[in-house]
Design a binder for this molecule. Sequence first.
Ligand SMILES: Nc1ncnc2c1ncn2[C@@H]1O[C@H](COP(=O)(O)OP(=O)(O)OP(=O)(O)O)[C@@H](O)[C@H]1O
Ligand SMILES: [Mg+2]
Length: 238
Amino acid sequence: MSSELLRLVGVRKQFGAHVVLNDVAFQVAPGEIVGLVGPNGSGKTTTINVISGLLQADAGQVVFLGRDINRLPMFQRARLGINRTFQVPKVFRDMTVLENVEVAARTAQLGEDQVQEILRETELQQVAGRVAGSLTVNQQKLLDLARALATRPRLLLVDEIGAGLNPAELGVMAELLLKLAGRGIALIVVEHLLDFLNRITERVIVLGAGRMLFEGPLQAASREPEVVAAFIGAPAES
Ligand SMILES: Nc1ncnc2c1ncn2[C@@H]1O[C@H](COP(=O)(O)OP(=O)(O)OP(=O)(O)O)[C@@H](O)[C@H]1O
Ligand SMILES: [Mg+2]
């Protein structure tokens, strides 16, 4: 299919005897925002890790641009156009905001104008000279995003970027993610904040204990007994 950017096929990941992802399979098209939701420990971050290359799936395929990349290390996947933000922002705390973005920009060999454009877009221009460790939570999340954008991703994996943001900051973040998608970047957005997700996604995937429980519009997910059971901790059969 020409509109396919990413496809997971039967992805499995286990740590020792603990199966964390079991037969996870979905596709993402360019410019699409797909939400990834589920209770704590359901495997959301692990899914991101398996796509970005921090971890390798034990079985199944991670197909990007028609090629199985499951054996590729993270830096090669970054070169192909996969990058991510982290649940706890990964920034160099002793370096300035500008230096953080410049380091990331080397991968895609961006010039200073392009770095400035990313700082403007993420509203970090005013604090470009500040050390990253002195930033607010919102600014650190934006910097983590700016750093990922500086690699010129085709697929951006965003792990709980809304956590800790106030309503106004969430609004700005939602607009920014929609703008990136409008430019053709595909996004997988892991999020517990469902209102935020509802604003930016047409489709979500619900994980429960590593299995896909639902795929479709967020509003329809809450009508699925298995999804409700996963979130309130009751057995699905009950
Ligand atoms: N490197 C690892 N080694 C062992 N177990 C791990 C590792 N990474 C994750 N796990 C386990 O895998 C399960 C899924 O973790 P994961 O971080 O993917 O969940 P999550 O859905 O992102 O949860 P949260 O909403 O709390 O961030 C958890 O039980 C976790 O303890
Ligand atoms: Mg997580």
